[in-house]
Ligand binder design. Structure first.
Ligand code: SF4
Length: 325
């Protein structure tokens, strides 16, 4: 598909959408879209770690009311859950959709339609979840949607295992970055998802995100328009991991960065019998990490209430999230 003749909106910082899209598509031929660098030719049907084809697979698109308040606002984030994942943590709360490459195969026109439908529902933004392995198809659809009137911000909700070189191609396209920073040290990263280099890539990619959009949130009527929130899911019994994450952000980025400290960890069936990951976080553990963040000087924190409810979404239901049932 050619983008020649697009209006001025097709120009972004660092080049046109068309040129960026061509580079992203080129990466599929020896896939280096994420730090796994599987180097498989996805255009010829080869599959790498994520198991995904060249196009995008969508699991669910909905107005999401459970994100941080500046992302969900009053009308919901326009969330597009994409299938599979390039990380696959043992405890993944979205395991029903992140462990397999299933879902609706969507072309650019369909992706654009999904985005425009979310905007028409009143959603404050378009928020693809785990977008990285799907980037070429996603950005192609996004460019089409913009030509057809998409005007809400694009939120990049990713797992943090990103390649900064790939992120550079998103400059001027992504308005709000919403990355996880799951592991602050190689030991916990290896134990939970099998990659030692997660902390390095998570930090360098967060630095690139901040370079693009700044280290805070620009708001309009209590809804984010631009900026970043770094998410961290506090894991039971791994407080040093959380402290390492906070120290990395403080020392290498900024304490101005909004941090979302998530307490919602719920053991999924695959880890329920493990002594370390088989229980919920307790109040004392969570408060210790919140206090540490405050003591380090982080001045914008998003905090979650601790409760006993099972917060793992069920994507087999029409309403996957417990707070919407
Ligand atoms: S996107 Fe998938 S195939 Fe490509 S490098 Fe990452 S895990 Fe491998």
């Amino acid at each position: 598909m050619s983008w020649s003749g697009c209006d001025a909106g097709s120009m972004t910082t660092g080049g046109s959408i068309e040129s960026k899209l061509e580079r992203l598509k080129g990466m599929l031929k020896s896939c280096v879209l994420c730090p796994r660098r599987c180097r498989v030719d996805r255009t010829k049907g080869e599959r790498g770690f994520c198991g995904l084809p060249a196009g995008a697979l969508v699991s669910r698109a909905l107005a999401h009311h459970g994100e941080e308040p500046p992302i969900s606002g009053t009308k919901g984030a326009g969330t597009i859950f994409l299938s599979s994942c390039n990380l696959r943590c043992r405890f993944c709360q979205n395991y029903q959709i992140s462990r397999q490459a299933t879902g609706e195969a969507v072309n650019a026109e369909r992706m654009a339609r999904i985005m425009l439908d979310l905007q028409e529902q009143g959603c404050h933004n378009i928020e693809p979840v785990t977008p990285t392995p799907h980037l070429p198809a996603l950005i192609e659809g996004y460019a089409l949607a913009r030509l057809d009137g998409l005007a809400v911000p694009l939120v990049y909700n990713c797992g943090g295992y990103e390649d900064p070189e790939v992120l550079r191609l998103l400059e001027g396209l992504v308005d709000i970055y919403l990355p996880d920073f799951k592991y602050g040290n190689a030991r916990d990263a290896h134990d939970c998802c099998g990659v030692n280099d997660y902390p390095v890539f998570a930090l360098e990619s967060a630095m690139e995100m901040v370079r693009q959009v700044g280290d805070n949130l620009d708001m309009l009527e209590n809804v984010a328009r631009r900026g970043i929130i770094i998410r961290h899911l506090v894991l039971p019994g791994r407080l040093e991991n959380s402290l390492d994450v906070l120290r990395s952000i403080k020392e290498r980025i900024s304490t101005a960065v909004p941090i979302s400290l998530m307490s919602q960890y719920t053991p999924i069936p695959a880890v329920r019998d493990r002594p370390d990951l088989g229980r919920r976080l307790n109040r004392e553990e969570y408060e210790r990490i919140v206090d540490a963040a405050l003591e380090m000087g982080f001045d914008t924190l998003f905090i979650q209430e601790l409760n006993e409810r099972n917060l793992v979404p069920d994507f087999n239901r029409d309403t996957p999230f417990v707070w919407e049932r």
